[in-house]
Design a binder for this molecule. Structure first.
Ligand code: FAQ
Length: 319
């Protein structure tokens, strides 16, 4: 309260968050809350867009028309998720162009997982089952994020991601119940994607720079380790249905904890990929920058068309 007994803006913000109400774009918010949201939403948007690349490389090589149609729809969905997320970030006062410049210049991150290559068709299944499965596990709590536009974007994204996860599971199920070679291909894909997927949840809680504050602001609802554990517990029975093995000899049910114990994650590998030294970091950014440049004429034409409809020459609006 201030001297007149009126609630301060900061107290109002705190009360809104603690009452599980939504903070909206025109509401007052602390600068650090705003910048942390921009950081997380931008990283999330970039992940969706860069995340189109590993699977996108399989569209021309899908083994049937049905598989090709499904994969095209999925990859387009990821582009749509990027758009919702950039739009949510824009409500915080940054432009999409600024965010893309930061991605292209290496000043903003995207998820480590997309720096691994999709080398066989089974990788498309493993990405759907594991990567989309991890994304949903992380994103369902974000539907209750304190920032309204992000929470609403997540509700829609989660519905689509659950379709993605099922298609990945179904693809892997087909392969794991197919020929010996198909089954081996499915197992190999799971072996390669399992550990990097566990890294998607971020560093262990002790090293999570933003975790405690983000949970106090109710941006995040659970810690990185809590969500990682939830994901492992979800995958074990699903792997059983697939008839595939998760590549961790230490993975076992712990009745005392009521959770599965699992082996140590290679955090040196995670840090190397975050630093830019993963298998595909350079390729992913180079491809993204080239696609952006190749699309310049489309953006310019769309802008000129919009301005013409509004009855103004395009140069005038830009000035
Ligand atoms: N990769 O303090 P924390 C998808 C960074 S969407 C790279 O724990 P926080 C859909 C972190 O930014 C996948 N960097 O951070 C799809 C921070 O660095 P900074 C993306 C990572 O924010 C499927 C530093 O480490 N999902 O897959 C990673 O509290 C299939 C310290 O970390 C989201 O972005 C990482 N894995 O927790 C698309 C969800 N982890 O910023 C195509 C929203 C951490 O200080 C195909 N984001 N870092 O420079 C979140 O929930 C959170 O931001 C976490 C990290 C949980 C990722």
């Amino acid at each position: 309260m201030d001297a007149t007994g009126t609630e301060t803006l900061s107290e109002q913000f705190q009360r809104t968050v603690e009452a599980d109400q939504r903070v909206e774009p025109r509401d007052w918010m602390p600068d650090a809350y705003r910048s942390s949201l921009v950081r997380q939403i931008a990283q999330h948007a970039h992940s969706e867009v860069i995340g189109m690349q590993p699977e996108g490389s399989w569209i021309t090589r899908a083994p049937s028309l049905r598989r090709k149609a499904i994969l095209m729809a999925k990859v387009q969905d990821e582009a749509g998720h990027g758009l919702y997320l950039y739009a949510a970030a824009e409500t915080l006062g940054v432009s999409r162009q600024e965010l893309l410049d930061m991605l292209h210049g290496g000043r903003q991150k995207y998820s480590t997982i997309f720096n691994y290559p999709a080398v066989t068709w089974a990788d498309v299944g493993a990405i759907g089952w594991l990567v989309d499965g991890a994304a949903i596990t992380n994103q369902i709590p974000l539907c209750r994020c304190s920032y309204g536009p992000y929470a609403r974007a997540m509700t829609r994204v989660c519905r689509e991601e659950s379709f993605h996860q099922r298609q990945g599971f179904e693809l892997l199920h087909t392969l794991s119940h197919g020929t010996a070679a198909q089954r081996a291909m499915a197992q190999d894909a799971v072996n390669r994607w399992w550990w990097p997927t566990l890294m998607m949840f971020g560093p262990p809680d002790g090293d999570s720079a933003h975790g405690v504050q983000s949970m106090a602001w109710r941006i995040k609802r659970h810690s990185n380790d809590e969500l990682r554990q939830r994901f492992v517990d979800m995958c074990v029975p699903q792997a059983g249905v697939l008839g595939l093995t998760l590549p961790d000899p230490e993975l076992r049910w712990n009745p005392e904890r009521g959770h599965h114990d699992f082996g140590a994650i290679d955090w040196d590998e995670f840090r190397a990929v975050v630093r830019g030294d993963g298998l595909c970091n350079r390729q992913r950014i180079a491809h993204r920058v080239a696609a952006h440049e190749e699309g310049r004429w489309v953006r310019e034409a769309a802008l000129a068309h919009a301005e013409k409809r509004r009855g103004r020459p395009s140069g005038e609006a830009a000035a």
